[in-house]
Design a protein. Structure first.
Length: 226
């Protein structure tokens, strides 16, 4: 029997059925599943998870864990919940993540997930002055939707984009080896609602909605399911 491929699908929009980023990741994941039935999907929508606050108690638990100190019951509970979220990343052979741009960056719930799981010696190492990845995610796809178009030589240059740049960096930092992205510019006002873009495992990296050919990421093939 073929080994299972565990795919972590991260959804970051609260807009459910109306969400462009969720429609795109779902479409991609469905195409991957029909191509490779051994794929098992774990869907994590950051708005449905009742993520714990990363507050004084959670940070206290983190530092006690580092120092192997005894935690209060509340600290143990939050640390266990953090571990269970980390586990979902550690289980993943593939990641498919979709996110809207919010105020040039990420929706705060996605950043909350990152702050919860980005724990040293779980997702990455930091030895001396060097960071090292701890996950072994061979391939991942990130789908970025945004209402405007971000392009050098236009009034909104690429330096305004703290969404794709940050998340690409973070996913590589924790151990995604082959990361491909689908960037959907000009997605405001139901850009995709009348004609949902069909994604397949073997589509090249895409930039949709701006009519742009000059993106350096348009040459190779996305294969999060392969
Ligand atoms: C709170 C909020 C902030 C937004 N900020 C930006 C922004 O800074 N730049 C941009 O281009 N679009 C922005 N948008 C538009 C969304 O990125 C865009 O509509 C996206 O396609 C929504 O994805 P979704 O349908 O998956 O939720 C924002 C939308 C919301 C709701």
């Amino acid at each position: 029997m073929e080994d299972q491929v565990k795919l972590l699908e991260i959804q970051s929009s609260p807009r459910g059925e109306s969400s462009d980023s969720i429609a795109l990741t779902k479409s991609f994941v469905e195409a991957c599943k029909s191509d490779n039935p051994s794929i098992v999907v774990d869907t994590l929508n950051v708005w449905n998870e009742s993520l714990p606050e990363f507050d004084e108690g959670a940070i206290g638990a983190k530092y006690k864990a580092v120092k192997h100190e005894t935690m209060t019951e509340a600290e143990s509970n939050v640390w266990e919940r953090i571990q269970s979220l980390i586990q979902r990343f550690q289980n993943a052979d593939r990641i498919v993540l979709g996110t809207p741009m919010w105020n040039f960056g990420l929706p705060y719930k996605l950043k909350q997930l990152i702050d919860l799981v980005a724990q040293r010696n779980y997702l990455f190492t930091y030895v001396g002055k060097q960071y090292g990845p701890l996950l072994k995610v061979g391939k991942a796809v990130a789908v970025y939707t945004r209402g405007s178009r971000y392009l050098d030589g236009t009034p909104i240059p690429i330096s305004f984009d703290h969404q794709a740049s940050y998340l690409d960096f973070w996913l590589r930092l924790i151990g995604v080896r082959d990361l491909r992205s689908v960037i959907v510019d000009n997605a405001l006002n139901g850009f995709l609602t009348s004609s949902r873009a069909a994604a397949t495992c073997y589509d090249p990296d895409l930039r949709i909605g701006g009519g742009i050919a000059a993106d350096p990421r348009t040459t190779s093939h996305a294969a999060a399911g392969g």
